[in-house]
Design a protein. Structure first.
Length: 345
């Protein structure tokens, strides 16, 4: 069984500490056998002070890191006078216990620990968008990508802030065991198996002085018109703005251009139709506003990594099996698809 060790450091954030246990601990094969063993450790095996008003009791010390197939480091609040690139001797010694070939994962600003240990030198990595500039200055050998939710660089993986830790753990389940098991974990945890977009949608941006002077109404209107061609001037006119003003405010509010947003929404519409209807692919393309099956295929491959036929076959199989199960009150289903690591080949 794949062993995941979660290293809780002083000041650990409780939510991020719980992510690996929840995601990996939920993963099981078709017979219900767990696929991961998750252990939580501290540097000395004693209680670990969290960033909240309670202390976490851990049963293991740093010696279990030597047995880890994957080591996950959640972020922590810095103590007085402590910098984020904190790497005292006990922590450095703990990281040196890692076996060759073991994976190392950081969530949010725990990327500072990996960088301070030299594990990110020459590698692509990410961190919370609010720390990206400082992080790059501090560690110039790291190729920081501030726009993504996580980076998979083989045996070293980094996630952006908070919930991106969920995205990265879901990605690892999918990478290890495929889309079907990852989708099942997502449903049980009531989280999306995959989130489109990067950190741009979460970066703080100036809010228009007047609530009415936004593009939200135009976006809501456009969602009902996706089946037909939409011109930028038409969207701007609906918002009662010039094209130039509309384009600028749209990017400020959404983090992408109107054209990129429309393409993303059309892909989402096509995914829902492929998942929930038996419409021919040509008709799905028309309903989603792509016009032709060829255009739909191009956008779907670019967006989720597989063509419409593979997408439908993979998701509809899981959907039909789900519908055949007895219904239960309060059951929540997350209707989303995760592209398999091999691109569906």
């Amino acid at each position: 069984m794949h062993r995941v060790v979660v290293l809780a450091l002083e000041g650990v954030y409780p939510f991020e500490l719980s992510i690996p246990v929840r995601i990996f601990g939920t993963a099981a094969d078709t017979a219900g056998r767990p696929l991961y063993e998750v252990l939580t450790c501290g540097l000395d095996g004693g209680p670990v002070r969290s960033s909240a008003d309670f202390t976490v009791g851990v049963e293991h010390g740093a010696e279990v890191i030597a047995t880890a197939d994957t080591l996950v480091i959640p972020p922590f609040a810095c103590g007085p006078g402590q910098e984020r690139d904190w790497l005292p001797a006990p922590l450095a010694d703990a990281l040196r216990r890692l076996r060759p070939g073991a994976r190392t994962v950081s969530i949010c600003t725990a990327s500072y620990v990996l960088a301070a240990a030299g594990l990110l030198d020459g590698r692509r990595a990410t961190t919370h968008w609010n720390e990206a500039e400082r992080f790059q200055r501090k560690f110039p050998l790291v190729r920081v990508d501030p726009d993504v939710l996580f980076v998979d660089d083989g045996d070293v993986l980094t996630a952006a802030g908070v919930a991106a830790g969920v995205d990265l753990c879901m990605h690892l389940v999918r990478r290890d065991h495929g889309s079907e098991i990852a989708n099942r974990v997502a449903r049980l945890c009531v989280v999306p198996p995959w989130r489109d977009g990067g950190q741009a949608q979460f970066i703080e941006r100036p809010v228009p002085a007047l609530a009415a002077a936004t593009t939200s109404a135009a976006r809501a209107w456009a969602l009902g018109e996706l089946h037909r061609p939409l011109q930028l001037a038409e969207l701007a006119g609906h918002a009662r703005m010039s094209v130039r003003t509309f384009s600028r405010r749209f990017r400020d509010e959404v983090g992408m251009t109107p054209g990129q947003w429309l393409a993303q929404q059309r892909v989402e519409r096509a995914r829902r139709l492929l998942e929930t209807t038996d419409l021919p692919v040509d008709r799905v393309a028309e309903e989603a506003g792509f016009g032709t099956a060829a255009s739909l295929r191009q956008h779907l491959v670019a967006g989720v990594g597989v063509p419409p036929s593979v997408y439908r076959q993979t998701f509809r199989g899981a959907r039909l099996a789900e519908l055949q199960q007895p219904s239960r009150a309060g059951r929540a289903v997350v209707p989303a698809y995760v592209a398999p690591p091999d691109g569906g080949r």
